[in-house]
Design a protein around this ligand. Structure first.
Ligand code: F3S
Length: 389
């Protein structure tokens, strides 16, 4: 591949991977089962990214393993009715078309594991998107380093990745034991816990223990928050994550930390920059079917008085439509938007000043990426605040 025998696109991709492998002293390459490619939103990648992706497409690049895509900068099917600008849409559609020409599955979601790209424990994968990386390594037990847009694409094209870091057994041992000194009682506390652990700094892989019983949606929120505040690619959770048994053998080599209720309260205060909100935004990471069902139940027979945007994958939107959840949410005046999210879309152009959300990751990024003030609340409170009483 490196010598160009399989064409210029594979040679370009392999050159990048060999360089990375050399830098990290990887012993060899390893085959991957799937890839998740980021760098899809025109807002994030700009013209330079658009040209890079188009150049690879023009070289004949095609992915050689099942590959899914991160969110784009707009709902690719309903961008006009939502109000995205035509000039932005033109460039965004070019990016999407180039990726789809490479035979990437047009999922446009940060939760690929909910829409068919779900590896098995121990499988090597090459995923970008910090929340999905932490979820795949920790909850599924698949193996990926923290890939970026170009490296995940290079892995997808070649079907290989350099063998180092989280692909190795010893790259997955815990660095810290984190004792949670309170009983988690609300879903948002998983997001707050993840964000609080991530911001401690210097943590590589935390081993979390305490009194909790998370659902997969709560683990999704925890993984996203750890990735947002601390770029943490993996965690172990006693009795819940598949490698926690093996990881527990290393606890005597770990540094110990404690998180108390007052620590997560402090995180909540830090991420709340405004008391009012003119906009309610849910779905970071993208909503699962069960979350869409819960939202539809809260909204049944009600009407919203402010903008309520709910982000999910196009796959889950279609399922929600068949199940009748979409009718209930949109009948109440909410919008269910797919292919994009609040952070990677140009929300700043919609005239909002302050947002209410249930995601620490969204509250972390929205002030800088979209210039919005933030309010962090439980899902039910967020939806209730949008409803006319
Ligand atoms: Fe997903 Fe966007 Fe949040 S990519 S994790 S919804 S910032």
């Amino acid at each position: 591949m490196l010598d160009g025998e399989y064409g210029p696109a594979k040679a370009t991709a392999m050159k990048l991977l060999v360089t990375i492998g050399d830098v990290f002293e990887a012993s060899r390459l390893v085959g991957i089962k799937s890839a998740q490619v980021s760098g899809v939103s025109y807002k994030n990648v700009g013209d330079a990214g658009l040209h890079f992706i188009q150049k690879l497409r023009d070289m004949g690049a095609e992915v050689s393993v099942p590959t899914t895509l991160n969110p784009a900068g707009m709902d690719l099917l309903r961008w006009k009715e939502i109000g995205f600008e035509r000039s932005f849409a033109k460039k965004q559609l070019r990016i999407a078309n180039a990726f789809e020409k490479m035979k990437i599955i047009p999922t446009y979601t940060c939760t690929p594991y909910l829409v068919g790209n779900c590896p098995a424990r121990g499988e090597h994968i090459a995923w970008a998107e910090s929340s999905a990386i932490a979820y795949a390594n920790s909850v599924i037990g698949a193996r990926t380093n923290r890939e970026g847009g170009p490296t995940s694409l290079a892995c997808a094209i070649t079907g290989k990745t350099p063998l180092f870091g989280l692909h190795m057994e010893d790259g997955r041992t815990p660095s810290h034991v984190v004792d949670v000194e309170f009983k988690i009682s609300k879903p948002i506390e998983y997001s707050l816990l993840g964000y609080t652990i991530g911001k401690i700094g210097g943590l590589k892989i935390p081993f979390i223990r305490g009194e909790f019983h998370p659902s997969t949606d709560e683990l999704k929120a925890l993984a996203a928050a750890l990735g947002a505040s601390g770029a943490i690619p993996m965690f172990h959770m006693e009795d819940f994550t598949p490698e926690s048994g093996d990881a527990s053998k290393h606890l005597n080599e770990c540094e110990g930390l404690e998180v108390e209720k007052r620590d997560i309260k402090q995180t909540l205060e830090e991420l709340t920059t405004n008391g009012e909100a003119d906009f309610v935004c849910i779905g970071c990471p993208h909503c699962s079917i069960s979350e869409l069902k819960s939202i539809s139940k809260i909204l049944r027979g009600k009407k919203v008085s402010k903008e309520l945007w709910i982000f999910t994958s196009r796959h889950n939107r279609e399922v929600a439509e068949k199940k009748g959840y979409l009718d209930e949410i949109e009948g109440a005046g909410g919008k269910v938007i797919s292919d994009t999210c609040m952070v990677v879309s140009p929300l700043e152009g919609f005239g909002f000043t302050s947002v209410m959300t249930n995601s620490c990751k969204a509250a972390h990024y929205l002030p800088s990426t979209c210039g919005l003030k933030t309010n962090l609340l439980e899902l039910r409170q967020c939806i209730d605040s949008a409803v006319i009483h």
